[in-house]
Design a protein around this ligand. Structure first.
Ligand code: 1PR
Length: 539
C-alpha cells in the first residue's frame, strides 16, 4: 500500500486519522524527528486544541524549517485543524507564538455574543463551482474550534489560494484552502464520514480539481442541527458487555427476574447509527468494571473496534476521575482520558467528578485549582475534548424565595401544585443528590475549561415524553459553550420541538433508536421536511 507520513508531535486522537487513511488505501509512516521529514513524499500535519501549545511543540521539536522546506519544494502537504492554522501568521489564541507564515493572515475567536463557542458540528466547505481535492459544496464536514480565519473575499484568492468557505451565525470563515499540492482543512476529514474520506483520498491520490456537476451543487451554508445517538454500556449479570437503557436511570427489567436490559452489542449498534446518519456517537460506561486493570478496560476495545468503521466523532464517558488501579498504582483522570483518546475517542465526558470539582471551586471562592480532571484534560487536549455530563433531577419548591438555588417557573406543576422548581445535580448515576443546582454546575465547569455540556434529565430519561425544554432553556441562558439536549426523546417531533423552542446546539436520543421505533435517518428526514438544516448521510 502507498505511504503517507504523519507528524507525531502532539497529544490528541490520532487513531481516527490513521484509521481513515487506512480506509482509503494508504499506510501511515510516523515522523519522529525533523530528519524524517525529508523522507516524506506526502506529509500530513494534524493538530487539535490550542494553537500556541501546538506551535510551541512543533517548534521545540525542531520541525518548523523541515516543514517549510517540504511545502516550498512543492511536495504534497495537508494540514488539519491546527495544521491549517499553523500555515497562517498567527492567532489571537496566543499572539506571542508565530505561525509558519506561509499564508498571510491571522486567526481570531468567534464572537460568542449570540452563539455558542466552540463552533462544534457539521458545516460547509464551499468551493462553489469547482471540486477541489474532492470538496463538494453539497457536503457537510465536522468542525470543532473556537478560532477561525475570517473570510474576506479576494484576499486569499489574490495570493493564489482556492478557498472553501463556511458560515457560523453571521461570521464567514475559511473552511479549507488549497494551492498546488497543498490542502489545509479547518474541519476534520477523518471525522466527516464519507465526505471527509473522499477529501482525504483525493489529497492522497493527488486529485486536485474537477468540475462540480449538477448533483453536487451547493446546499445552504451554515451549521446543521446535530443528532446524536447515545449508547449506555454495562456488563450484564452474565458478564457480557451490552447496550442497555434505563427508565429514569433504572436499567433492570421489571420482569425476567430483574435482569439488566440487553438491547444489543455496542460496536454493531454504533456502526448501525453511523450508517443511519448519526452526527456523533456517545458511549457511556455506566458501571465501573471493577477488578479489571485499567489498560484492559473493555471500553477501550469497543472504542478501537468502533473507530475502525465509524468516521464521526466518538465520545466516551463514565469513570473518568483520579483512581487507583487493581495493582495499587495511582492513575490520574488525565491518564484515563489519554487511554481513551489513544483508542479512538474524540471527547471524554465527565459526570460525577465534575460535580465534586464544582463544589470545591465554590468552596475555594471560585478559584481554579488547576488540578481538576476538567482543567488537566482540557489543558492537554483542548476544551473541545471535554464534555461534562449532567444528571439533574427536579426539586419542586413552593416559591423561588424558598430556596437559594436558581429556579424556573414551570408549566408542569409538582405533586402539591408547586409551579416553581430547581434542578439538583446528582452523582453516581443519579444515586446521590447534591446541594448544587445545574446553573451553578455548568457555570463552574465552563470556567474550568469544559467545551460542551451533555444535559440529561433523570425525570425525563426513558419516558418518551419529549425533552425538558425548561431545563434546557435555563442552562442555555447560563453559559456560552454548546449544549447537547438529552433524555426523553420518543419521536422525531420531539427533536423538532427542542430545536424550535430552545437554542440547544444538538439533541441526543437513545431508547427510541435502540428499540427500533425510529431510525436516526427518520429523525433527520423529518427535521429536513420541517425546514431545519441537517446533514444528509452520504454513501
Ligand atoms: O459519573 O463520570 O462515572 O459518568 C457516568 C455516566 O454514566 C454519566 O454520564 C451518567 O449520565 C451515565 N449514567 C450513569 N448511570 C446511568 C443509568 O442510566 N443508570 N446513564 C447513566 C445515563 C442517560 C442518557 C440517556 C438519555 C437519553 N444515561 O445519556 O442516554 O437520558 O435516553 P432516552 O432518549 O432513552 O430518554 P461518571
Amino acid at each position: 500500500m502507498p505511504k503517507v507520513y504523519l507528524l507525531d508531535y502532539v497529544a490528541g486522537n490520532i487513531r481516527s486519522l490513521v484509521n481513515a487513511i487506512e480506509k482509503v488505501g494508504y499506510t501511515v509512516e510516523w515522523i519522529k524527528s525533523p530528519e524524517d521529514v525529508e523522507k516524506a513524499d506526502k506529509l500530513i500535519l494534524p493538530g487539535v486544541g490550542h494553537f500556541g501549545h501546538c506551535m510551541t511543540q512543533i517548534s521545540n521539536a525542531g520541525y518548523l524549517p523541515a516543514i517549510r522546506k517540504h511545502i516550498e519544494s512543492g511536495k504534497p502537504f495537508m494540514g488539519i485543524c491546527v495544521g491549517l492554522q499553523s500555515l497562517f501568521e498567527g492567532s489571537s489564541e496566543n499572539s506571542s507564538v508565530p505561525g509558519l507564515g506561509i499564508i498571510k493572515g491571522h486567526l481570531d475567536r468567534f464572537d460568542d455574543s449570540s452563539k455558542a463557542v466552540p463552533h462544534i458540528g457539521w458545516n460547509s466547505a464551499n468551493t462553489s463551482d469547482k471540486q477541489v481535492f474532492g470538496l463538494r459544496p453539497s457536503s457537510k464536514y465536522y468542525y470543532v474550534h473556537s478560532y477561525k480565519v475570517p473570510y474576506k473575499k479576494g484576499e486569499l484568492e489574490n495570493q493564489g489560494w482556492t478557498v472553501a468557505t463556511a458560515r457560523y451565525g453571521d461570521e464567514e470563515f475559511v473552511g479549507a484552502v488549497a494551492k498546488g499540492n497543498i490542502l489545509a482543512t479547518q474541519f476534520h476529514p477523518e471525522k466527516s464520514g464519507v465526505a471527509g474520506l473522499r477529501v482525504l483520498k483525493a489529497f492522497l491520490d493527488g486529485k486536485q480539481e474537477s468540475e462540480v456537476n449538477a448533483a453536487i451543487k451547493a446546499v445552504e451554508e451554515g451549521l446543521t442541527r446535530r443528532v446524536i445517538a447515545c449508547l449506555d454500556v454495562r456488563t450484564n449479570d452474565q458478564g457480557d458487555l451490552v447496550v442497555t437503557k434505563g427508565d429514569q436511570y433504572d436499567v433492570r427489567e421489571k420482569s425476567e427476574a430483574g435482569n439488566v436490559r440487553n438491547l444489543g452489542k455496542p460496536v454493531e449498534m454504533a456502526r448501525k447509527y453511523y450508517e443511519q446518519g448519526a452526527d456523533e456517537v456517545t458511549f457511556l460506561n455506566i458501571t465501573s468494571f471493577r477488578d479489571c486493570p485499567l489498560k484492559d478496560l473493555p471500553m477501550l476495545e469497543i472504542l478501537r473496534k468502533t473507530s475502525e468503521t465509524v468516521f464521526v466523532p466518538l465520545t466516551i464517558g463514565g469513570g473518568i476521575r483520579d483512581t487507583t488501579d487493581t495493582d495499587g498504582t495511582k492513575v490520574s483522570a488525565l491518564d484515563i482520558a489519554t487511554m481513551y483518546f489513544k483508542s479512538g475517542a474524540d471527547k471524554v465526558s465527565i459526570g460525577s467528578d465534575a460535580v465534586t470539582a464544582a463544589e470545591e471551586y465554590y468552596a475555594a471562592g471560585k478559584k481554579l485549582s488547576g488540578k481538576t480532571a476538567i482543567e488537566q484534560i482540557s489543558q492537554a487536549y483542548g476544551n473541545q475534548a471535554v464534555v461534562v455530563s449532567v444528571d439533574p433531577k427536579r426539586i419542586y419548591v413552593s416559591e423561588a424565595a424558598a430556596t437559594k438555588h436558581n429556579t424556573v417557573q414551570t408549566k408542569y406543576p409538582g405533586p402539591n401544585g408547586e409551579q416553581t422548581c430547581w434542578y439538583a445535580c446528582t452523582i453516581k448515576g443519579g444515586r446521590e443528590t447534591r446541594d448544587m443546582d445545574v446553573v451553578e454546575l455548568v457555570a463552574a465547569v465552563e470556567a474550568m475549561g469544559a467545551g460542551e455540556i451533555l444535559l440529561n434529565c433523570i425525570d425525563k430519561d426513558g419516558t418518551n415524553s419529549g425533552f425538558d425544554l425548561e431545563l434546557i432553556n435555563q442552562v442555555k441562558g447560563a453559559i456560552k459553550i454548546p449544549v447537547i439536549a438529552s433524555s426523553g426523546a420518543g419521536n422525531p417531533g420531539h427533536f423538532e420541538d427542542v430545536f424550535a423552542k430552545t437554542t440547544t446546539d444538538a439533541a441526543l436520543g437513545a431508547g427510541m433508536f435502540h428499540r427500533g421505533e425510529y431510525t436516526v435517518k427518520q429523525v433527520k428526514d423529518f427535521l429536513g421536511e420541517k425546514g431545519l438544516m441537517v446533514r444528509q448521510f452520504e454513501s
